[in-house]
Design a protein around this ligand. Structure first.
Ligand code: FES
Length: 127
C-alpha cells in the first residue's frame, strides 16, 4: 500500500467513524458553517475553560473530506489553548488531511476550519 493509499484509508476511517461526534449541551460557543457551493455543513461546539478547549464536538453532513476533516480537526484542538488555536491555519489543515486536493476539495477540507474560526470570533466578541 502506498503512503497515499494509507492516508486515504485514514481519512476514510475518520469519515466512517468520526471522532468527537455530537453536540455539547454545555457548550460555551457553537457555530455552523456551510459550503455555499454544495450546501454541506459542519457544526462545532466548544467548551472553553481557563482559556483552553476543555471539550469539543461536531456534527455535520457532507462529503467524506469535509466530515473527516472535522473529525481530525476536533482531535487536534482538544485541550489546546486559544493561543494555540490561532496557530492553526488553512495550510496546516490541508496538510493534516495529507492528500493531494484540487481547489474544490480544498474547500471541503477547510469547511471545519472555517467553522472553528467562526466559533473563535463569536467567543472573542462575547468576552
Ligand atoms: Fe460539499 Fe465537500 S462536496 S463540502
Amino acid at each position: 500500500m502506498s503512503d497515499n493509499d494509507m492516508q486515504a484509508e485514514i481519512v476514510l476511517e475518520h469519515y466512517r467513524e468520526p471522532h468527537n461526534y455530537g453536540t455539547l449541551e454545555n457548550a460555551t460557543v457553537s457555530m455552523t458553517e456551510s459550503n455555499p457551493v454544495c450546501g454541506d455543513t459542519v457544526n462545532i461546539s466548544l467548551l472553553i475553560e481557563d482559556g483552553a478547549v476543555k471539550d469539543v464536538k461536531f456534527v455535520g453532513k457532507g462529503c467524506s473530506i469535509s466530515q473527516a476533516s472535522a473529525s481530525m480537526l476536533t482531535d487536534r484542538i482538544m485541550g489546546k489553548s486559544l493561543e494555540e488555536l490561532k496557530e492553526i491555519d488553512e495550510e496546516s489543515v490541508i496538510d493534516m488531511i495529507g492528500l493531494k486536493l484540487g481547489p474544490s476539495r480544498e474547500k471541503c477540507a477547510l469547511l471545519s476550519f472555517n467553522t472553528l474560526q467562526k466559533c473563535i470570533k463569536e467567543y472573542q466578541s462575547s468576552q
